[in-house]
Design a protein around this ligand. Structure first.
Ligand code: AMP
Length: 425
């Protein structure tokens, strides 16, 4: 039997080992075992790993070692980590703080929604690690706030999400601005052909490390489907939440507008709920996320983009209020629970119209998800005499077209008659 690898075996410095020890980690995760030694040897690495596998530490730990002796010049960062969302970038920055606490590395986080002036001041002082979303980085570059000629390590994190979000042209531009001689690390949860091509172009003789087959959902997540008429989604979700032992949960909607409305409705039902989506001001997003981590918010209603890569380790449940139209998103969503070896439960509400998307998901995960019956609150409480609108009299809902459904994190203009149930209360 293979003896378990220890952090001591990976070639990390005593200061880093001390910081890791203080996090309570006993053993490197498989991606860390494979990636850290290769990165320390200055190899390019392509890492195929989902969030929740410890992949962030697999590049931050060796980067701290490589960068610790050296000094950054004003406006010339020495390394660059590109992340698709502000939250993910903030998480990477937190990782550098946590693991680099016994090193004197300087860092800056460049994300939209925060003051540019502050970010420019930090750059002026010189930073060892620059963590950025592609748009804000190019913005500041074009204003002359930074030069990329001293970048020694470039990390492209969550490359498949960058692709989904249309960031590939920005990435190409950024790569053209950094030195040709550099170390490049690319991480992705899946490897679509576009990302494979990008890796072939930008990385030189990379070591490929992979910890789970692409798009395999965590084995620790129990998955269920619930068939629901379109107009009973809210009530069914509420019944599910009441019947499950929910410690805390992510609830995913396909549209930003539903995020707000569902969060408001759940609050009215007495739940500690909040919404999180890309249109919210950054300070509000940061505070909401912190409230969720602290337990003040128990149900976080969110869009795919806002939740991507969020690191909240002990989430008991994921509810899909809508079936995602991209099967990959399903895998990312349910990967929010069942992390770090804990058990999680993922429930997906589906209507007759969603069957085709469910089929795509089942094809991708190579498994049939059991369908459970959940009677909603109204059916279970006939004595409940609160007046309710007469739904049958309303017109049949306008069906959303596949095109509309695919605008997963975009506003869909006009609901027509397809008004979500909570609007009609
Ligand atoms: P990531 O895949 O980077 O999103 O990391 C997921 C979670 O795993 C984070 O909460 C990390 O703090 C945690 N983590 C990273 N490395 C380890 C480790 N070796 N042992 C236990 N937890 C870890």
């Amino acid at each position: 039997m293979k003896t378990p690898m220890l952090f001591d075996d990976l070639g990390l410095s005593p200061q880093t080992l001390k910081a890791i020890h203080e996090c309570g980690y006993t053993q490197p995760t498989p991606i860390q075992e494979k990636a850290i030694p290769a990165i320390l040897m200055t190899r390019d690495v392509v890492g195929l790993a989902q969030t929740g596998t410890g992949k962030t530490a697999s590049f931050t730990l060796p980067m701290i070692e490589i960068l610790h002796d050296g000094r950054a010049k004003a406006r010339m960062p020495r390394s660059l980590v590109l992340a698709p969302t502000r939250e993910l970038a903030a998480q990477v920055a937190e990782n550098f703080d946590t693991y680099g606490k016994y090193h004197k590395l300087t860092k800056a986080l460049l994300v939209g929604g925060e003051s540019m002036g502050e970010q420019m001041k930090l750059l002026d002082r010189g930073v060892d690690v620059l963590i950025a979303t592609p748009g804000r980085l190019l913005d500041l570059f074009e204003r002359g706030a930074l030069l990329l000629g001293d970048i020694k390590i470039l990390v492209i994190d969550e490359a498949d999400r960058m692709l989904d979000m249309g960031f590939i042209p920005d990435i190409e531009k950024i790569v053209s601005l950094v030195p040709a001689i550099r170390q490049t690390l690319l991480f992705s949860a899946t490897m679509p052909p576009e990302i494979k091509k990008l890796a072939d172009r930008f990385l030189s003789n990379p070591k490929s490390v992979s910890v789970a087959p692409p798009a395999s959902p965590a084995e620790t997540v129990e998955q269920f489907l619930v068939s629901v008429p379109p107009r009973r989604k809210n009530e069914t979700l509420n019944s599910l939440i009441e019947r499950e032992d929910v410690k805390n949960a992510f609830i995913f909607c396909n549209r930003k507008r539903d995020v707000d409305m569902l969060a408001t409705w759940l609050k009215k039902q007495g739940h500690a709920a909040a919404g999180l989506h890309g249109d919210m001001a950054q300070p509000v997003r940061t505070k909401t996320l912190q409230d969720f981590k602290d337990g003040g918010v128990v149900l976080l209603v969110c869009s795919d983009v806002a939740a991507r890569g969020l690191d909240v380790s002990a989430v008991s449940h994921v509810f899909n209020y809508d079936v995602p139209t991209h099967a990959d998103d399903y895998v990312h969503r349910i990967g929010r629970t069942g992390r770090a070896g804990m058990k999680g439960r993922a429930w997906t509400l589906f209507t007759d119209d969603d069957r085709k998307y469910v089929d795509l998901i089942e094809k991708l995960i190579k498994k049939t998800i059991p369908v459970e019956t959940v009677s909603d609150a109204r059916e279970r409480r006939p004595q409940d005499s609160r007046p309710r609108p007469e739904r049958q009299e309303r017109q049949a809902p306008r069906r959303t077209t596949p095109r509309e459904r695919e605008t997963s994190d975009e506003e869909v203009l006009g609901f027509g008659d397809d008004v979500p149930a909570f609007l009609r209360r």
